[in-house]
Design a protein around this ligand. Structure first.
Ligand code: HEC
Ligand SMILES: [Cu+2]
Length: 336
């Protein structure tokens, strides 16, 4: 085989490994639960590999061992039934032990993955076609707020998610932190996890939910507890009123051009519930459920034609003059 072919082959086999790390990976766990899931996976893989190798070895030996030619090859020799009976019995016992052992491993893993902690920080996540509503609900309503597509959590503290759906079935999956859980209309599912390290972890809807299912991503941003506390205090505040004329014009246009029918901005008259809450849109990292980074250019592109960026999504293309567009954009960017 020419050297270059071998080099290409080595390169190809190493490609899949590049997927084993980073912000969305089962094999690079960053949470207590995902750690346990990976461990369970490796135990299953190891046992399955050992069994497979043993079977192939026995098969190979059987094929290679030459058998002396006999007059009547189908006749069983003495003791054959005894011996094969014993082999079958031993293998049957081994199979039972392996299956029971793996069940125990799986059960032990579930105790970590589905453990409930009463002092967990509780959030409500509502799946919509095709974005995520994230509700921080404290005991007092003035400490509660709503955001979208971005879930900030403190590290080292259990987080409990109450999962619901506004329309069809979605599935919440952050591979780096824990396993999947479905969001189902009229049912409240729960998922708990604890992030070990600060970082940004990508999540994705894992249940086909319509046209833009693939563009229904989100980010879990794990912050040090004090940083999380500061973010939470800030997020609790209503949107700041614009002081400059362009910002004021933007705020008025946001209402008069219909945006307020679908979007809520706390502390203003905009109270729509059909689309993501925009109270602090200026401080989010992505827009349109992880489809684009949040920059003035992408925000402008989104508002001028959301159907071009995410065809079929539930925000219609709004007829706006370019000066109106500039004012609305200017206003939204102030909503940090
Ligand atoms: C009919 C309801 C509706 C109207 C009217 C509407 N939107 Fe939306 N908007 C949505 C929905 C639904 C989404 C989420 C789309 C998605 O990601 O799938 C959205 C997303 C957005 C986002 C991105 C938010 C995020 O966090 O990803 C911005 C910004 C936005 N809209 C601004 C506006 C502005 C400005 C107007 C007025 C010109 C407007 N919207 C009018 C429903 C609406
Ligand atoms: Cu979905």
């Amino acid at each position: 085989m020419p050297v270059w072919v071998r080099r290409v082959l080595v390169l190809c086999t190493s490609w899949p490994l590049t997927a084993c790390a980073g912000r969305q990976s089962v094999l690079d766990p960053q949470g207590l639960q995902s750690d346990r899931i990976r461990w369970t996976l490796f135990v299953f893989l190891a046992v399955a590999a050992i069994v497979w190798i043993a079977v192939v070895l026995v098969l190979g030996i059987g094929m290679l061992r030459s058998k002396r030619a006999a007059d009547r090859p189908l006749d069983l020799h003495d003791g054959f039934e005894d011996r094969s009976g014993r082999v079958i019995l031993i293998l049957g016992i081994a199979t039972t032990i392996i299956v029971l052992g793996l069940s125990l491993v799986s059960y032990a893993g579930q105790r970590t993955v589905f453990a409930k902690d009463e002092h967990a920080l509780t959030l409500k996540i509502i799946g919509h076609q095709w974005w995520w509503e994230v509700r921080y609900e404290a005991d007092s309503p003035d400490q509660s707020f709503v955001t979208a597509n971005e879930i900030r959590i403190p590290t080292g503290q259990p987080v409990k998610l109450e999962l619901e759906s506004a329309d069809v079935i979605h599935s919440f999956w952050v591979p780096s932190l824990t396993g999947k859980m479905d969001l189902i209309t009229g049912q409240k599912n729960e998922l708990q996890f604890t992030a070990k390290n600060a970082g940004i972890y990508r999540g994705q809807c894992a249940e086909f939910c319509g046209l833009q299912h693939a563009h229904m991503a989100f980010a879990v941003i794990a912050l040090a507890p004090d940083e999380f506390g500061r973010w939470r205090d800030h997020e609790n505040q209503s949107a700041a009123s614009p002081t400059d004329p362009l910002g004021k014009q933007g705020e008025a246009l946001f209402r008069s051009r219909g945006c307020a029918l679908c979007h809520n901005i706390s502390g203003t008259l905009a109270g729509g519930q059909l689309g993501p809450d925009l109270t602090h849109i200026g401080s989010r990292t992505m827009i349109a459920a992880g489809t684009l980074p949040n920059t003035p250019a992408t925000l402008g592109a989104w508002i001028s034609d959301p159907q071009h960026i995410k065809p079929g999504n539930l925000m219609p293309k709004m007829p706006l003059q370019s000066d109106e567009m500039i004012a609305i954009l200017h206003y939204l960017e102030q909503l940090k």
